[in-house]
Design a protein around this ligand. Sequence first.
Ligand code: UTP
Length: 271
Amino acid sequence: MIKQAIIPLAGLGTRLLPLTSVFAKELLPINGKPGIEYILDECIDAGIKEVVFIISQKKLMIKKYFYNDKFYKDIIKKKRDPRIINEYKKILKYKKMIKFVFQEKPLGTGDAVLKTKKLIKGKYFLMLLPDDLIIKKNCSKSMIDIHKRFNASVMASMKVNKKNVSRWGVYDVKKKIDNNNFIIKSVVEKPSIKTAPSNNVVIGRYILSKKIFNKLLKLKPGKGREIHITDAIQSLINDNEKFIGHNFSGKYLDCGTMKGYIKSNIEVSKI
Ligand code: UTP
């Protein structure tokens, strides 16, 4: 059973500058609710009991958002506003399930994941990248079902127009399982249109085996001198670890750029 999730939040958010020079993008509201709460709700609905946030000193604002008890208690004492009481209750519910670890330098997603090594108890855990919002159908829940069926690692996949593949990590498909699932042969980071092995691209939901930590410990920095989670995944695939690509049926929204963020607000407001 997968009961733990991790969420890397210690990146620089350069695509949303200047906002991210002082603000944590994950707290930006999407149709009135902080983006990170959608991600937490997805976890809760998928049966996750504990979520590990990987943050940095620059992202302390995120921890404060969940730990502002005195502020709420004082306000509620003065003003018995049912809306505020409800919001505080919701924050308390989230707070109970979140643990924080720190990545002081943004050395890459792989390095961020490694910070959670001591906290992961089960054989497998879920990882969600908060810029990738998936609405209408719970992608994590579907992936957990696939994991149970095949006892394998699972990664979210989406079909894109071939002319856009170079923006993403792209899967090389080993074997189709059914219309929505396939066995992954390899993952290629941002290939050219000509060399792209398919139009199935990597989206930020992963079910990973604990074995990934030993791979990460040995990993040397890759592209851009960062430690990439995809390099550790490839190393596991090379060791014959089974990885399944899952073409999810929800709607994908990219909250990591201003254009995508604005579109996400519009799309979520339509639900
Ligand atoms: P990205 O590199 O795609 O996004 O990291 P970013 O750093 O947030 O933003 P840009 O690209 O500079 O605009 C993917 C996820 O991994 C986290 C990020 O916070 C993001 O959620 N991350 C990335 C870390 O936690 N640590 C890192 O060293 C790098």
